[in-house]
Design a protein around this ligand. Structure first.
Ligand code: FAD
Ligand code: FES
Ligand code: FES
Length: 1369
């Protein structure tokens, strides 16, 4: 196909000036630009630099980060900083130099050590996040090395470990679990302890620091200087003005120019104007209208100033947050008094937790406040500035108005012709010599160091002094601001302030104040978790004031800290009181992690922790994903229109009246399907590509808009209005309704697991019973960084080539052929790499490739689609929600004798793979010996999106169900949970009873030894004791620890492979498995090298370098099957081994003959001779596992320790220790990555990720703002993993075992540890009279989010504590 030509995606405009900038040193000059074009759109569609990935389009993921360099001709200085290219407007980069990951380093000009170290530290799996990560780190290096810090040790930069960690804090990665990424970043840090760096391919354990350093790809700290192109320096102008037919971009350089532009606007009401600075607001308030005119405020001096004087700091409205932070931190000697400095520092610290670095670098202070004022954005800046009496300067026409921020926020939305010019933050000082100023800010958000909006934020400024007459502290006056809690704008809690003013602080006063706060901070109707948010306000004020209560303080208790931290309290009691709230203080986010692996040489190079194939080109952004394939000539783009009703007749589709449907070609629906209406299929049935007359769930595809660009297609799809008829239709929206209406999918009897033992007998043997307890579990979204995408290109003779990001191209192929009504051989599906799958690119990817193929077929033009994050989230379905009812019988010692489960699984509208769920659930649930096990599992058909397999489908839920039952039993008996786990672990006999043939041999049952070993290696018992002590000493922080086992059943499937040896001795391999980031290609490469080396001729040591695994092509290798269930890597390896065995056999006779003739022979010569002798050097095979070895069990255990903050419900995972049996690992580095990555994805499920729907079942979490996957600040602070080598096993593939999914289920250990901490909190609450005895058993929901945890710890715990204190005095 012709891939040579790009389609032009921008609207053409004529201008007198032109936009000039550079990308990776290459000059670009554009005179015709649609001003709404983002930098990302330009880079991806108009240049060859595809490393900038679109992960979210809203500033929340970091996949699109680039380095922007600006030259300041006056000071001859270059400013380098990261920005998100998905929000940065192209017109705003005039005169700038942009560096993408390709510009940092690449395969042609040489990789940068960042990229090589990412690869060597195994820090890239699917690679979709990697270019963004590398650019973020690169920027941190460039900037650190510009500072005048002391020269670092040779080989290092001036970056510190803490900065290295934080450099990637705003970048999301769904694969790795972050630990290896952080390690790669830390290799550059001047203060790093090399001992702390984890498993890598550069050195081996125990080498000296010098040796280690010498093995790292070298870095010289002035290497990172980002050179600004000389040619561009000469072309620097102030902003650019571009104008033409109907579109304008203005960069006024004075207030006068701005005024006249705004004036013009008023006179000409036909235009729609947008004022912009960083344009990051678009990340939150998505653009629905096309603006004709843009006014860039960044070149107006009054809006860009930072002026400091003794009275305070004035900050221009267009100053980026990061510059404001710098200005407030870098206070020169004598500039401000100590207290003023303290306030500025606290403001800066808080602002550093807003969004992420690459947003703060362009997001302006003014833009934030305007969003807060006009649109009620839950701003942090408004709150923290409100408490310090900030003034704002507004300009309307000629009129400047200086008013307080409070008045500004309270006014009606600012009219469009008004601009915010600047703000002034006063420099604070206590009014009297004997009083002291305190300022603190707070925010409670799912991610501690940023990149998440807060549930509530607060800022308190107070002046206190010592009471002359009595020992105590008087609060002279205070300013208390709260915001972001579901209020129009941040507020001052005036009543509380008045009440507190001039009061001697004591428990009674605090209690009254808190009651007032409770009645002041009231979220508006419709806000989520309103009671939680109010309780946060209470908690924060308590945290602020309680340290001063009832302390025999005297004047000497206070001392101003000369440096930059807070006021010091010399009185140790006050100090202690403060400490009780502080989470563990450490300058770094993560402490050192341990990885223990046991290498095996038996099948060299199999078993070696070699780096992932292609990791370096992933890091440089040169790896090609589907959306990186250049668009063929005439390519069109598609966007789905989906239903918002769960069950309705579709009467018609219209577009909103008056919408201009730019570039739209056509609309495609089920009526256009020449073959069958099928979008995806499994062995259990199919799902239609488009709803026919009846839509069966909200989120179902109804049609496809096809347009000239993805942006136009997306815009048009947004403007679609569907006409529904719902008469007489009753959707099923819950499993309970499905049960009532007997709406189930059939589970084939051979897939339905067998019951174990006699339940009634088991119950009869029990001393105690719990009957009909209930648990509910929600869904989880895949959050692959690359959303669903495909490109279909019509080929000659009615054929279709489809490039797709898919875990099962073979089934996609079949689906496309059926839908188009063509024979299978007319379709060819190609998948090279997948930017994250986790199950979501299996069934759920098929409709995307089928829709593209159908549109391409109909229009006879190439059609591609890159589904936007919101639509992807709406259609993905995700994990299966379920309702579980259990009855369990047990002995007094905790031994369970019988368990019965009734499970209702919500499968959604079509079967997908749901009928395998009972099998999977039982596979993992049987990890304990339940005595007898009975169950009734129903797969419910509902009018909700069909749920699909997500990493460890059913197994993670089962792991949770099992632990919830164990916890319940322990709680009912008041026994330690660990002892109940212990007593119910299988011995080999019970294992055999529960798992039959898959139990394997006695020696294979490694769980008991893992269990004991882990107790030792994690110091489980010792830490359990320490935690008791900690909890005794701490009121507001409680810790919990938990150890859990897993038994995880897997099954191998038939998998094909093909190996061909080329003329020069290089080797090409094709396998059924798809590279999803899980390292499948790497293991296959190792296996090929090992198996071919058995030919035993010279030069086979280098075979590894000679192997290339190539893309999956469904016409080249058939029967590829699914890449799922954790076993595809090993079965692909085995298929390849079979091929290699045949090749070795074919070559051996020739080799022996040649050795006889020549003495020895090299691989290349052998192959050359084989070509000459017409030996067939290509072979394929289908590995079919035999019955006796196709199923086996995986074992592992984890200990997690957490700390819960009882005021906010925030959980910190202090440490996790895992031991996992990988058999004889095929590649321990790859398996380690799978274990850590899966575990962190499990943390997401258990702690963070909420995937809610509205009453119609339409998903309402639409992107990174509301869906929070783990980030570097939410993973275990210390994360130790040991991969157990359980030795040789003849039935495993080279003795290996799977690692992709089972470790995810270990994350339940975190949930159990949280439960343990909550238990402590509740006991304490009980002692304060806040809970009665009957509440000692509780269910902890999944995910255990902050509001959930706080609610269980007592939303009113502060009030209870104060009441109790008052009453016991
Ligand atoms: C991923 C992400 C996370 C975020 N997290 C947080 C957070 O946790 N806490 C928080 O407080 N904020 C957060 N923000 C908001 C962020 O601070 C604002 O988006 C940013 O400050 C807006 O500045 P901007 O220059 O990009 O404004 P723009 O997007 O350019 O403009 C925003 C709006 O203000 C108008 N405008 C801008 N400047 C002026 C002016 N001087 N006079 C009149 N009108 C003007 C524009 O017309 C537009 O309507 C987050 C943003 C993103 C993208
Ligand atoms: S794509 Fe730009 S931050 Fe996610
Ligand atoms: S490697 Fe980070 S998202 Fe896949």
């Amino acid at each position: 196909m012709d891939m040579g030509e790009h389609t032009n995606t921008t609207t053409t405009t004529k201008t007198e000036q032109s936009l000039v900038f550079a990308v990776n040193g290459q000059r670009f000059e554009l005179s015709e630009v649609d001003p709404s074009t983002t930098l990302l759109e330009f880079l991806r569609s108009q240049t060859s630099f595809k490393s900038v990935k679109l992960g979210c389009g809203e500033g929340g993921c970091g996949a699109c980060v680039v380095l922007l360099s600006k030259y300041d001709p006056v000071h001859d200085k270059v400013d380098d900083f990261t920005v998100s290219s998905c929000l940065t407007l192209l017109c705003s980069v005039n005169g700038c130099s942009i560096t993408t990951a390709e510009g940092v380093g690449n395969s042609k000009d040489g990789f940068h050590p960042i990229q090589e170290r990412f690869s060597g530290f195994h820090a890239s799996q699917c690679g979709y996040c990697t270019p963004g990560m590398c650019v973020s780190l690169y920027s941190a290096l460039v900037n650190a090395d510009k500072t005048n810090r002391p020269e670092p040790r040779p080989g290092f930069s001036k970056l510190s470990v803490s900065e290295a960690e934080k450099s990637i804090a705003g970048n999301l990665c769904r694969c790795t679990g972050y630990r290896p990424i952080v390690d790669a970043c830390k290799t550059f840090a001047a203060d790093v302890d090399m001992e702390d760096l984890g498993l890598n391919s550069f050195w081996e354990k125990g080498e000296s620091d010098e040796a280690k350093l010498s093995r790292l790809p070298p870095y010289h700290h002035n290497n990172a200087t980002c050179t600004f192109p000389e040619f561009l320096k000469k072309e620097i102008t102030a902003g650019v003005n571009l104008a033409s037919e109907g579109y304008y971009w203005y960069s006024p350089v004075s207030l006068e120019q701005l005024q006249s532009l705004l004036q013009m606007d008023e006179e000409n009401d036909g235009t729609s104007t947008k004022i912009v600075v960083g344009n990051t607001g678009m990340g939150y308030y998505k653009e629905v209208v096309h603006h004709n005119k843009y006014i860039d405020l960044r070149y107006i001096p009054e809006l860009s100033i930072i002026r400091k004087d003794l009275a305070g700091i004035e900050i221009g409205a267009s100053v980026p947050i990061s510059k404001a932070v710098e200005a407030m931190k870098e206070v020169n000697e004598g500039e401000f008094n100590q207290e003023g400095k303290l306030v500025f520092k606290k403001l800066a610290d808080h602002m550093e937790r807003i969004a992420s670095g690459f947003i703060r670098n362009s997001a302006s202070i003014g833009g934030n406040l305007i969003m807060a004022q006009r649109k009620h954005f839950p701003s942090d800046i408004a709150t923290i500035l409100l408490a310090v009496d900030t003034m704002v300067d507004i300009l309307t026409g000629q009129r400047h108005e200086k008013i307080t921020l409070e008045e500004f926020l309270g006014r009606p939305p600012l009219v469009s012709k008004s601009v915010l010019v600047s703000i002034k933050i006063p420099c604070w000082k206590s009014s009297r010599d004997i009083s002291y100023l305190l300022y603190e800010t707070y925010r409670a958000a799912p991610r501690p160091i940023g990149n998440a909006l807060s549930y509530l934020n607060g800022a308190f400024l107070a002046e206190v002094s010592l009471c002359k007459n009595s020992a105590g502290i008087i609060l002279n006056n205070c300013r208390l601001a709260f915001g972001a809690y579901g209020t129009k704008h941040s507020i001052r809690a005036r009543k509380v302030e008045e009440f507190l003013s001039a009061k001697l602080l004591n428990v009674g006063v605090l209690y009254e104040a808190i009651k007032l706060v409770e009645s002041t901070v009231l979220p508006e109707d419709g806000t989520s978790c309103p009671a939680y948010r109010s309780s946060l306000a209470v908690g924060f004020l308590f945290e602020f004031l309680s340290p001063f209560i009832n302390n025999p303080a005297d004047t000497n208790s206070f001392q101003r800290d000369g440096s930059n931290s807070s006021l010091l309290f010399k009185d140790s009691k006050i100090k202690q009181n403060f400490d009780q709230f502080d989470q563990i203080k450490s300058s770094t986010l993560l402490s050192s992690a341990k990885q223990v692996i046991q290498l095996s040489e038996e099948y060299h190079p199999v078993g070696k922790p070699i780096t992932k194939a292609g990791a370096t080109i992933q890091a440089s952004g040169e790896a090609v994903y589907v959306d990186d394939i250049p668009s063929p000539r005439n390519c069109l783009h598609g966007a789905f229109i989906y239903s918002t009703e769960p069950l309705a007749r579709v009467k018609g589709i219209k577009f909103k009246p008056g919408s201009s449907l730019d570039g739209v070609t056509t609309l495609i629906s089920f009526k256009d399907i020449p073959g069958e209406n099928v979008g995806s299929q499994t062995m259990f049935g199919s799902e239609p590509l488009y709803a026919d007359e009846l839509t069966q769930c909200a989120g179902q595809r109804i049609a496809l808009v096809v347009a000239d660009t993805q942006k136009n297609a997306d815009m048009a799809a947004n403007l679609a209005v569907i006409d529904y008829d719902k008469e007489d239709l009753e959707p099923i929206l819950s499993v309970e309704e499905a049960f009532e209406r007997c709406s189930f999918f059939e589970v084939p009897p051979y897939l339905y697991p067998e019951q174990v033992g006699d339940y009634s007998k088991g119950m009869a043997e029990a001393d105690h019973q719990i009957l009909s307890a209930e648990i509910k579990l929600g869904s989880q979204y895949y959050f692959y960084m690359e959303t669903q995408t495909a490109l279909a290109v019509p080929d000659e003779d009615n054929c279709m080539v489809v490039y797709t990001s898919s875990q099962c191209p073979e089934t996609a192929h079949d689906t496309i052929a059926k839908c188009l009504g063509v024979p299978g051989h007319n379709v060819r599906v190609i998948t090279r790499r997948v930017g994250g799958g986790f199950g979501g690119k299996a069934i759920k990817a098929m409709p995307v490739s089928t829709a593209c193929a159908l549109a391409a077929y109909k229009l006879n033009r190439p059609v591609r689609m890159y589904v936007n994050r919101k639509t992807d989230m709406i259609m993905a379905g995700g994990r299966h929600p379920m309702k579980i009812t259990y009855s369990v019988g047990f002995k007094t010692n905790g031994k369970i004798t019988a368990l019965k489960l009734d499970i209702l699984i919500d499968a959604g509208m079509s079967p997908d793979i749901s009928p395998i769920m009972p099998h999977n659930i039982l596979g993992s649930l049987r990890k304990y010996d339940w005595g007898a096990l009975a169950f009734d599992i129903k797969v419910c058909k509902t009018n909700l999106p069909s749920r699909s397999a997500m990493r460890a489908p059913g197994e993670v839920q089962a792991s949770f169900i099992a632990e919830a039952i164990i916890e319940h039993v322990a709680s009912a008996l008041a026994l330690g949970v660990d002892s109940v786990r212990n007593i119910n672990l299988h011995n080999y006999e019970s294992l055999e009873l529960f798992f039959k043939t898959s139990a394997g041999e006695p020696l294979e049952y490694t769980l008991p030894s893992i269990w004991d070993k882990l107790a030792m290696s994690s110091s489980f018992y010792h830490r359990t004791e320490m935690i008791k002590e900690f909890n005794r000493c701490n009121k507001w922080r409680k810790r919990g620890i938990s150890r859990v086992p897993i038994v995880h059943h897997v099954m191998l499937r038939a998998t094909p492979g093909k190996v061909s040896i080329l003329h020069d001795g290089s080797i090409v391999v094709e396998v059924g498995g798809i590279e999803l980031g899980q390292g499948l290609w790497t293991k296959v490469k190792q296996m090929t090298a090992y198996a071919l080396s058995l030919v035993q001729c010279g030069g086979t040591e280098e075979l590894l370098e000679k192997v290339r695994v190539i893309q999956a092509d469904t016409l080249s290798l058939i029967q590829g099957g699914f890449t799922a269930g954790s076993t595809t890597s090993e079965s692909s390896c085995e298929a390849v081994r079979l091929c290699c065995n045949i090749l070795v056999e074919r070559l051996t006779a020739l080799k022996e003959k040649l050795v006889e003739q020549m003495g020895s022979i090299k691989w290349e010569t052998l192959i050359l001779q084989a070509y000459g002798s017409s030996v067939n050097l290509s072979t394929n095979s289908l590995y079919v596992p035999d019955f006796s070895s196709m199923q086996y069990l995986n074992y592992g255990a984890a200990v997690s320790e957490v700390e819960v903050n009882l005021l906010t419900g925030q959980t910190t995972i202090l440490q996790t220790d895992i031991i996992y049996d990988c058999g004889q690992s095929l590649n321990p580095a790859v398996d380690l990555g799978q274990i850590e990555g899966a575990f962190v994805q499990g943390i997401g499920f258990f702690m963070l990720e909420e995937y809610p729907t509205n009453s119609n079942g339409l998903v309402v979490a639409e992107g990174t703002w509301t869906y929070k996957i783990p980030t570097v600040d939410t993973i275990p602070k210390q994360f130790n993993v040991e991969i157990l080598n359980s030795g040789h096993h003849k039935k495993r593939i080279l003795s290996s075992k799977a690692s992709g999914e089972p470790p995810l289920t270990l994350a339940v250990s975190v949930h159990c540890a949280i439960r343990a901490a909550i238990k402590e909190a509740r006991q304490q609450l009980h002692s304060w009279g806040g809970l009665d005895e009957s509440n000692s058993t509780f269910q902890l929901e999944v995910p255990a989010t902050m509001p959930v945890v706080k609610e269980l710890c007592g939303l009113d715990s502060v009030q209870r504590f104060l009441q109790w204190t008052i009453s016991t005095k």
